[in-house]
Design a protein around this ligand. Structure first.
Ligand code: ZN
Length: 297
């Protein structure tokens, strides 16, 4: 372990430098942002019926509501709490959905605060387009994390928001922390790939490494430390490698590490085409899809 959050350099920098080669919002990641302007119909309803929650950026599914990352965020970690039903106002919403959203809110704030180390939030709802609602026909409650001095992170250049962190990385951090807060999931698996995606680090022969949450530390940071313990390289968080469906368990985080990194402890590189465990194979495939396309040695 690398010690406390304040006294040492984490394996993956906490905010703003998780991928120092890709500061800007990169076009090859745009599949995570969705169809954008070409979409027709209600974006919340269409994402709710889609099974691909990691691509749709759905972070959590309750019985009557869900939490989704904003497709055009005002700030890193901008999420929305949304009733499943297509209603425009609390006046017509199922009271059970309003209760579920209110009940989920504290856990969502704790997850955001811990995962992103933010200092505060803007929380609010615009009802009706006259009030400023972008999607007026489907009620949604915004939660925008705020950092001291974060106006510096919000310039709009040529209609492109420059965010300090890639969407898939933020998604993975929040998904792991919301699974913990709202789903009681205290553990994530680690899929640590070579840059070409052809080898993964396994422990004890055929197990994916895992990490168990520690009190006030974000799970992604605990996982990053665990990944750093297993090689002499510097693991970089890529994104979410667990099941796409946001109500599933078996969470996993994807990392890449330098090609020449040597395994430590009981870890060993395993060629991914030799894997026979289907869960591990699926997690590796999801992690491979997160690798940059030009990272081959
Ligand atoms: Zn809708």
């Amino acid at each position: 372990m690398s010690g406390s959050d304040t006294g040492s350099q984490p394996a993956v920098p906490p905010h703003g430098a998780a991928d120092h080669e890709q500061r800007l919002w990169t076009p090859w990641r745009m599949r995570y942002v969705g169809g954008g302007a070409r979409e027709t119909g209600c974006i919340f309803c269409s994402r709710l019926v889609d099974e691909g929650d990691a691509a749709s950026l759905i972070l959590w599914r309750g019985a009557y509501s869900f939490i989704i990352m904003n497709l055009f965020p005002y700030n890193t970690g901008h999420v929305m709490l949304v009733p499943n039903a297509h209603v425009a106002s609390p006046e017509t919403a199922n009271p059970a959905a309003l209760v579920e959203i209110a009940t989920a809110m504290p856990g969502a704030l704790r997850a955001l605060r811990r995962a992103l180390n933010c200092d505060g939030f803007n929380v609010g709802t615009n009802v009706g387009s006259v009030a400023g609602a972008g999607v007026a026909e489907h009620l949604h409650q915004h939660v925008v994390p705020r950092w001291t001095g974060d106006a510096n992170f919000m310039p709009i250049l040529s209609s492109t928001m420059v965010l300090p962190e890639l969407i898939p990385i933020t998604y993975a951090k929040l998904r792991a922390e919301l699974d913990r807060e709202l789903g009681g999931s205290e553990r994530v698996s680690l899929v640590i790939l070579s840059p070409d995606g052809q080898r993964a680090l396994f422990v004890a022969g055929s197990q994916l490494p895992d990490a168990v949450s520690e009190s006030d530390r974000p799970l992604w940071r605990t996982a990053s430390d665990r990944a750093a313990d297993l090689t002499d390289g510097v693991p970089m968080l890529l994104g979410w490698a667990g099941p796409s469906r946001a109500s599933a368990t078996n969470g996993a985080l994807a990392f890449s590490v330098d090609a020449e990194a040597a395994p430590r402890q009981n870890a060993a590189w395993v060629p991914v085409d030799e894997l026979d465990d289907s869960n591990a194979r699926e997690a590796v495939a999801r992690a491979q899809s997160l690798l940059p396309p030009h990272s081959s040695p």
